[in-house]
Design a protein around this ligand. Structure first.
Ligand code: SAM
Length: 284
């Protein structure tokens, strides 16, 4: 059917993101020793402005995520919605920033592929086993559940099934929680994405929602505080010594092209802060 084809095209976007990230890391834009296990080859050359755009996206999102985790002294949860083949779990483990539990949600077929990679690549499975102490490891084609890492196959447009699955895998609504969606909400209708945002605002009392997307109105769906920065501004706020290092990697002829590209995207974040962790100020 038309819908199945449309969903299949959406699922395929996880490869686009991974291939672009793999290429940029192969050029030294930032380090990610795990992405090679999710994208078979480095692939075709990408234009420097694309690589710089990914650099700003990864650095900007990581800045907010890490600040929240540090604020809570790792006594929190992360839920990566539409995580695709993202490698953040392994980065946080390496940086001693692992939250109490790291959840990922994506379509079941994407999840099955990711779990297959984890099972067959020791550098990936090693971290999972190291962070797991009990005998309750679940590892089948549909889902993975260990003490610190959980991957769930679900459709983000079906909130009640999503809620049920997250609770089945011991999501704790009382823990400070970061929800992350990186280029995901854009594949849903405005009413589907606001249902998701509303659900998140309802079940957590202390939380932050980080959304990376093309510029659009951030819907205030029960969140106390919401902010957005376009990626040109984020770019200018990143640590400038690393930006200078990165800008030397590849010559960029058309600076205006990069500016135009970055201005089309932004990072929005919304927060609720009953526990007064100062989550709305993490970007200051
Ligand atoms: N967040 C990852 C990243 O930045 O590398 C992947 C981004 S990719 C562009 C979009 C991801 O969202 C895909 O993995 C896709 O399968 C997932 N996605 C989109 N709509 C979804 C839905 N309704 N339910 C579950 N996953 C969805």
């Amino acid at each position: 059917t038309y819908m199945d084809t449309a969903d299949e095209a959406v699922r395929a976007t996880c490869d686009d993101a991974t291939i672009c990230k793999r290429f940029a890391t192969s050029k030294g834009y930032w380090k990610d020793p795990y992405i090679q296990y999710f994208a078979r080859s480095v692939g075709e050359r990408k234009a420097p402005e694309i690589n710089r755009g990914y650099y700003a996206r990864v650095k900007g999102v990581n800045h907010l995520l890490d600040a929240f985790i540090r604020n809570s002294e790792c006594n929190c949860q992360v839920i990566n919605l539409g995580a695709g083949l993202d490698t953040t779990f392994w980065r946080l483990k390496d940086e001693n920033l692992l939250p109490k539990k790291f959840f990922e949600v994506d379509f079941p077929t994407v999840v099955a592929r990711k779990i297959h990679n984890i099972k067959t690549k020791p550098p990936l499975s090693k971290h999972l086993i190291e962070t797991h102490s009990t005998d309750s490891l679940i590892l089948d084609t549909q889902s993975l559940d260990s003490d610190r890492y959980c991957i769930i196959g679900a459709d983000l447009r079906d909130i009640s099934a999503l809620d049920e699955k997250l609770k089945k895998f011991h999501l704790n609504p009382d823990l400070p929680t970061v929800l992350l969606s990186e280029c995901v909400l854009v594949y849903m209708t405005p009413s589907q994405s606001s249902n998701l945002l509303r659900w998140a605002a309802e079940i957590f009392h202390t939380a932050m929602f980080i959304n990376y997307e093309q510029k659009e109105r951030f819907l205030k769906t029960g969140w106390e505080h919401a902010d957005a920065l376009d990626m040109m501004t984020v770019y200018s706020m990143l640590p400038q010594d690393d930006v200078a290092r990165m800008e030397c990697l590849e010559f960029l002829d058309e600076k205006e092209l990069l500016q135009q590209l970055l201005q089309h995207y932004n990072i929005c974040w919304a927060s609720k802060d009953k526990l007064n962790l100062g989550n709305s100020a993490v970007c200051k």
